[in-house]
Design a protein around this ligand. Structure first.
Ligand code: URP
Ligand code: ZN
Ligand code: ZN
Ligand code: ZN
Length: 475
């Protein structure tokens, strides 16, 4: 076969299951050939000594999401997808947020408008439900799912967002009906509030109080409760951003019981600790996220769980707020009390380099596990496989070419997000994406964007592979 648009030659192709030396032929934005030696192409990339992997999918990011305290997220769809691309990603899944008292359907439509024409790479959407009215669950959710937004996240904490037990139950019944996947942020809101008041009475209002106010027991309890409701309602459940050993125990307990319970972890739980929130000058607020980073023992528990495939995916939970400005409120909030610091840290660009370096280069996980955790499992869990998440004939030509030997020291100055800091400043890495290809076109090279935003398109997702077929007689 001749006449490719692009051939990537002489590299090692790595998928979640296979590692092979071969050329990759691309035409019309799709992978159309994998062979020992391919003919000619309009453009060729020599990947000698490099790894050719599916472009990363970051299935947990927050971009241009409205907030209840008026703080403004640093990244919109343009800067967020630019940063993602430069860090080896070719798809992101941000969240639309239904605010209390508003329409679920409208919240999704509004997020579509924020994204449209702005993206460097492809994107899908999840829907957050904070107001599970009959209108939202019975009338609007079916339309949302029909529109390719096939996963719903609920919060068990955060003012104006936390659902009570009855509401959690109702959302699960609705996602069951619509064949959507339920995702949960599991922390006990009431317990955190009581802990916060106790810390305030003791005058402990600095950023470290954020971690003290939500120890892992509040995450463990909520995780157990969410798992129990999922068992009662008979739905699969995806637990987001698991931070340590006690919660991993709950996930494994559920799996041992044969329950369809799945989970992700994130770079912050592998590399940061609660002590990072202690920094002088309130800079500890740069590390405020929920759940908070724990300690070394919990970092190890997360690594061990990644190595033995307890976690399905590895995500960034990119949620950037500018530290040094009033819009970001990271510093201003901390000056008053930790409870006013917006929750979330940037990380969409550093997620994969951290996992590659600390995971693959340091021998904790295999290359194939890296691909599963960075791309393939995201595509399966969120209904985009095999269009996304692998390198196979017919798949979208979404590819990240990695130099496994490239040494990089993470610094704010090299990153392409719109945030004004990185929590990983100074971290030394081995292995970095050098060329990132989205739908057959190069979108990032050596950590910098190529071309302009706007070609990334919305991916209308199908049903999650985790959701069982309950309707065997349907077409
Ligand atoms: O602190 C965090 N994680 N902020 C982002 C929103 C969420 O909870 O995922
Ligand atoms: Zn969360
Ligand atoms: Zn999040
Ligand atoms: Zn059906």
């Amino acid at each position: 076969m001749t006449g490719f648009d692009l051939i990537i030659r002489n590299g090692t192709v790595v998928t979640a299951s296979d590692t092979m030396l071969c050329d990759v032929g691309i035409r019309n934005g799709k992978v159309v050939a994998l062979a020992d030696k391919l003919g000619t192409a309009a453009r060729e990339i020599d990947a000698t000594g490099l790894l050719i992997m599916p472009g990363g999918i970051d299935s947990h990011v927050h971009l241009a999401q409205p907030t209840s305290d008026g703080s403004v997220m640093a990244d919109d769809f343009e800067s967020g997808t630019r940063s993602a691309a430069c860090g080896g990603n070719t798809t992101v899944i941000p969240f639309s947020l239904q605010e209390r008292g508003t329409s679920l359907l409208k919240s999704v439509e509004e997020h579509h408008q924020r994204a449209k024409g702005k993206c460097y790479i492809d994107y899908a959407l999840h829907a957050i439900i904070t107001d599970p009215t009959p209108q939202a669950l019975e009338k609007e959710l079916p339309q949302v799912v029909q529109g390719g937004v096939t996963s719903v996240k609920i919060f068990m904490t955060y003012q104006d967002m936390a659902l009570n037990d009855a509401e959690i139950f109702k959302v699960m019944e609705a996602t069951r009906r619509e064949d959507a996947l339920t995702m949960v942020h599991a922390e006990n809101f009431d317990a955190i509030q009581q802990m916060t008041e106790r810390l305030e009475r003791a005058g402990q209002t600095g950023p470290r109080g954020h971690a003290e106010s939500r120890p892992i027991v509040v995450e463990r309890e909520a995780t157990h409760r969410a798992i129990s409701f999922a068992e009662l309602v008979d739905v699969p459940l995806f637990v987001v951003h698991v931070s340590g050993g006690d919660v991993i125990e709950q996930i494994e307990w559920a799996k041992r019981r044969g329950l369809p319970i799945y989970a992700e972890t994130c770079p912050q739980y592998l590399t940061l600790t609660a002590e990072d929130l202690d920094n002088a000058n309130m800079e500890g607020s740069k590390y405020v996220c929920s759940p908070p980073p724990r300690d070394k023992a919990n970092q190890k528990a997360c690594w061990d769980a990644l190595a033995r495939d307890v976690f399905s995916t590895f995500t960034s939970d990119h949620c950037p707020f500018i530290y040094g400005s009033d819009t970001g409120k990271k510093k201003a909030g901390a000056d008053a009390s930790f409870k006013y610091v917006p929750n979330g840290i940037p990380g969409v660009e550093t997620r994969l380099p951290i996992l590659f370096s600390k995971g693959v280069s340091e021998g904790r996980i295999s290359l194939n596990q890296f691909v599963a955790l960075s791309a393939t499992n995201h595509a399966k869990v969120y209904g985009m496989y095999p269009q996304k998440g692998t390198i196979a004939i017919g798949s979208d030509a979404d590819i990240a070419i990695w130099d496994p030997h490239k040494r990089v020291t993470i610094s704010q100055s090299m990153l392409n997000h719109n945030c004004d800091y990185t929590p990983y400043e100074g971290m030394e890495l081995k292995g970095y994406p050098v060329t990132v290809i989205s739908n057959g076109e190069v979108v990032a090279e050596n950590g910098r964007p190529v071309g302009s935003a706007g070609k990334g398109k919305f991916i209308l997702r199908g049903k999650s592979s985790l959701v069982p077929s309950r309707h065997p007689f349907e077409a």
